[in-house]
Design a protein around this ligand. Sequence first.
Ligand code: C2E
Ligand code: CA
Ligand code: CA
Length: 864
Amino acid sequence: MKKLLAIATFIGLTLSLSSQAITAPKEVIVGVYNNAPKIFLDKNGGLSGIEGELLNEIATREHWQLKSYPCEWQNCLAALKDKKIDLLPDVAITPERQKEFDFHRFPVLTSWSRIYAKNNGATKSWLDLGGQRIAAMTGSIQEGYLEEHLGDFGVRAVTVPTHSIEEGFAKVANGDADTVASNQLVGDTYAKVYGLQSTPIVFLPSKLFYATARGKNAELLRVIDRYLSDWQQNPQSVYFQTVQRWHPITNLSTVPKALWTFIGIVLAIIPIMIGWSLILKRKVTRKTRELQQSEAQLHTILDNVDAYIFIKDANYRYRYANQKMLSVFGCKLEDILGREDCDFFDIATAAHLRKEDIRVIEFGERIEVESPRNTTGRGLMQGMLFIKQPLKNAQGGTYGLCGIATNISRIKEAEQVASTLAYFHPLTQLPNRRKLLAELTQAIDSSPQRFKGGAVLLIDLDHFKKINDSKSHSAGDRLLMLVAERIRYSLPDEDQLFHPNSDEFVVVLNHLSQIEELAREHASLIAEKIQSAMRKPYEIDGKQYPCTASIGIALFCNATVSAEEILRRADIAMYRAKKSGRNRIRFFDKPLQQEVENRQALEQSLRAAVTHAQFVLHYQPQVNANRKITGFEVLLRWQREDGLLHTPSDFIRVAEETGIIIPLGHWIIRAACQTLASWQEDQATSQWHLAVNLSAHELREPSFVNYVSSIIEETGAPAHKLLLEITESQLIDNVDQIALKMAQLHQLGIRFSLDDFGTGYSSLSFLKRLPLDQLKIDKSFIRDIHARHDDLQIVSAILNMGHLMKLEVIAEGVETQAQWQLLISKGCQHFQGYLCGRPAPIEDYLEASCNNNSHVATAALKAI
Ligand code: C2E
Ligand code: CA
Ligand code: CA
């Protein structure tokens, strides 16, 4: 078996050798472009250079007949693609070329590319290529690399295309290009020729191969690989001899392996370094762009903000100013940089500004100051608020200041308006009550130091309400304006006029004598002057209106009283002037003061009396012509702690003026209703009515009707036994409203009596509007009924009128039998007075009624 195999192998070898021997030499067309020392044509047209000679060696051994096809690089590639040539030496592998060509596996040469430049040492890194013209051969891997990657380095450069590598070197030498990119092997050679120098910019480490058209001549490549593989393992081989001969300096294939590793690392690091520097540069570029953007944004904001903004350094020199601030300076930003305030302002202003700046920069203060300032020749900066703020570094040190000025003139205006509204009367524009209190306080406080006395004149227009209500309000306003004018003209300039309330004016005199008599005389003179100025009628809308004033005066000579107290005194004096008949002048003096104090004391006691239930009710009987009690008038008494019993004349007015009458009135009605309700149990008492006096204030209470009806309901009192007494004078104001309330209560059964009848001015028609049940003839007509004929006539007339109007008529104040008889003779049926019984606690009458079947038990009445 072994023999058989040996025979077969021998036959095979023999056949193979014999077939080679007989095959004609293979023609291989080789593209040659001039690229010494790697490949070029020798003068006989044969292949030369490293790659040429190695190919010659293989061709000799393989019996290939090499045919050279000279071409420029681009044409060489095109010819290979078109299969016009079989082999093209010196081709580096690129992804594009791999699509079009086939390559063997073991590279013929390993090389890299480099940038060459004129010998000035200026080109050291990729970044130095910015703006340069770089020559590179068209279609070369250097050209492709530069076009693709220069942008990545952030470098803008122009590539200058050349037909050959040499042309690139020539262009640099001639100044047509700045640098040239070339394979290092070739470049080193041309650099020497053209006097250029290799730069440290190395790129594109590449391996060079023989290439064939795609899918053609695979056999050629395989053979080449076989030779290269064998030769490159043997340093003595023809391969190394050839390389050594053509390029002794950079004989790459003979470089020791360690050096190769080093070069490899360097080559690997270079792109990393380039990449890193590229990243850094990009970062810097991005950051710079961002900074520029944000700076631009900041400028836009600062220039459009409605404020004057500037920055100064620690040496008080301007470092920034926005457009608004520049417009004040009237120059550009670059004109103010590094300059100081003394370059823009007058000496005094600059010194003033420096003082402020020192506080900010030296002491780190934030200051706020308001203009006006002198800014001579640089635009006005009035009505401004300046804020100066220290600028601090991370360590807290002040390195400058930022100033911001805003226009606050509108705010100031608004403040002015607000102050006008707050301190001046809107109609006359005279200072109002608030201002009066402030000024008066100051005048009083300063009077001792000034050794001056003073006075307040309170001028209240008489019957202003009537003019205002009967004419239009604008007529009222007009009148006030004219009055203000006249008062103003009758006053010395130094005396102040105020308008605290609608129809009230106040004059403060603060230059009077400290001697009271003199001050009084002086104040009196001025008050008279005012009154005489006002005396002439006022012409409004073509009509004449008279208007007088009541003036109350309070003096002040020391600082012991408050402004409020002085005004209160003037007010009391003014009321006294009104009370004395209006158009008068009254001083606040000691008797008046005493009166006021008494009144205050009474007011306090009254309030306490309500709280401590010190009021009692007395009852005065009302009888008919048969001397039979029909009911009682309820009369209020104040039983004080000291045992004194006060009648209403002592307190009722104060109770009314202070409003105490309201709770008091409620209590009286409730008590009366409770009594009426309790009387329902007894046959005798159930016939009696109770007459309760009402005050005008009670009637004006909006809840009066509700209150009375709820008490009636609550106590169960018979409404028709409740008689409410009102006086004519109470009906003067708001008669319609009172009539309505009376009607509502009348509906419930409550009856009404018109008290003190005859003393007022009631007309018949007026009386007809009211739901009245009784007229009560005032006691003043009864008292002298015998002596005064006219009184008798009035009483007769009232009795007749009552008869006609179907109203009951009662005579009050009947004290004597003679009066009784006379009244009886005139037809009077109802009586009240001491003759019938004095006001007394109800118990007195209840006992009497028990004993005498409801007839009045007083001795006097028995005697009738
Ligand atoms: P008035 O309503 O005219 O009451 C009658 C007044 O005449 C009572 O005085 C009464 O005591 C008094 N009088 C009664 N008979 C005679 C008499 O024969 N001769 C004289 N000279 N006087 C007589 P009084 O009690 O001092 O009341 C005074 C005024 O006080 C009342 O006048 C009334 O207007 C008011 N008043 C009394 N009580 C109340 C009350 O409860 N509420 C309200 N609002 N006012 C009351
Ligand atoms: Ca009465
Ligand atoms: Ca009366």
